[in-house]
Design a binder for this molecule. Structure first.
Ligand SMILES: [Zn+2]
Length: 277
C-alpha cells in the first residue's frame, strides 16, 4: 500500500541520498517504493503513520490509549525538555502508538514503535501501550502484531523503564492462555531491553531485511572488549541463519505475509480448540 498523503512528507520533485549506498533517489520513486532504496534494497526507517499505511487496510487504524503521559520520576537532567521537543517534532505523545486496525479484513490489535521519538525508547508509557495492545488481542480474541523500532529501555526513567521488560513479557502469557497469535515484527533497529523482553518471545518473529538486531550495541561490545564477532552479527540475516528469526520479509510483502500468518495461526488455533471441545 502506498503512503497516505498525510504521512509522506516529501516535496514532489525532490531528490535525496540513500543512507546506505549514497546513490541519489528521486523522492517520488523512493516513496512509491515504500522508502526502500531501488538500488541497494536498503529499508529506510518509517514513521508510525507510514507503517500503518504500509500494513493495514486504508482508514482502518483507530488509535487507543491516547491519555497516557510519561512522568519524570528521577527528575533526570533535561528529560522533560527532550520529551517536550520530541512531542513537538513528531506530533506523537510518546514513542509507541497503539490501537486496532484491520489487516486484509481481519481485525488485529497493534502497537507501533517509532524510532523518531527519542530513539523509540521504551519508558513507562511505551511499555504500558505495548502491554495493553498485547492484552487487548488476548481479551478480544484477535491477533496482536507489535512493530519494534527501538534502541531499548529509556534510561531517563530508570527502573520504571526496566520494569516494562517484565510487564510486557508477562502480557504475552495472556495471549498464550487465550490461544491468540502474537507476532513481532523487527524493524531497524530492535535492540537491548526491547529485544530482551516482549520482542523475542513472540509466537512468530519476522524482520525487515538488514535490520539491526541485538542486545548490546557495537560500541558497548567494543568497550567490553568483546572481540572477533562477525561483521554481520547483529543483522536480521545473521539472526535468521542462527535460528533467532522465523522469516525476513521485504516491506512490499509485509502486509500479505502478516495476513497469511494471522489466517494460518488463527485457523490452527481454532482447530486446536475444536479438538479440545
Ligand atoms: Zn541504497
Amino acid at each position: 500500500m502506498p503512503f497516505g498523503k498525510a504521512s509522506s512528507g516529501v516535496a514532489p520533485g525532490a531528490f535525496l541520498p540513500c543512507s546506505n549506498c549514497r546513490k541519489t533517489i528521486f523522492a517520488a520513486e523512493f516513496e512509491a517504493n515504500l522508502r526502500v532504496c531501488p538500488y541497494c534494497g536498503h529499508h529506510h526507517r518509517l514513521t508510525w503513520q507510514q507503517r500503518v499505511d504500509v500494513v493495514f487496510d486504508e482508514g482502518s487504524f483507530v488509535e487507543l490509549d491516547t491519555d497516557l503521559r510519561s512522568g519524570d520520576p528521577l527528575h533526570f537532567p533535561d528529560y522533560a525538555e527532550k520529551h517536550a521537543q520530541a512531542m513537538q517534532r513528531t506530533k506523537m505523545r510518546d514513542s509507541v502508538v497503539s490501537g486496532r486496525a484491520t489487516l486484509m479484513g481481519m481485525p488485529v490489535s497493534t502497537a507501533i514503535s517509532d524510532f523518531h521519538f527519542m530513539g523509540g525508547s521504551m519508558g513507562s508509557v511505551a511499555g504500558e501501550k505495548i502491554t495493553r495492545a498485547i492484552e487487548r488481542g488476548a481479551h478480544e480474541g484477535i491477533p496482536a502484531i507489535i512493530f519494534c523500532a527501538s534502541g531499548g529501555a529509556r534510561m531517563q526513567e530508570g527502573l520504571l523503564s526496566l520494569m516494562q521488560m517484565a510487564k510486557t513479557t508477562a502480557a504475552v502469557e495472556a495471549c498464550r492462555s487465550a490461544g491468540v497469535p502474537y507476532i513481532a515484527v523487527f524493524t531497524d533497529p530492535t535492540m537491548a531491553g526491547v529485544l530482551a523482553s516482549y520482542a523475542s518471545i513472540a509466537d512468530v518473529i519476522v524482520s525487515e531485511p538488514r535490520a539491526l538486531i541485538g542486545f548490546a550495541g557495537a560500541r558497548v561490545s567494543k568497550q567490553a572488549q568483546v572481540s572477533k564477532v562477525p561483521d554481520d552479527f547483529q543483522t536480521a540475516e545473521f539472526l535468521l541463519s542462527h535460528g533467532m528469526l522465523d522469516k525476513i520479509i521485504e516491506r512490499k510483502n509485509l502486509r500479505t505475509n502478516l495476513a497469511s500468518l494471522c489466517r494460518l495461526l488463527g485457523g490452527h488455533l481454532a482447530a486446536v480448540e475444536a479438538t479440545r471441545g
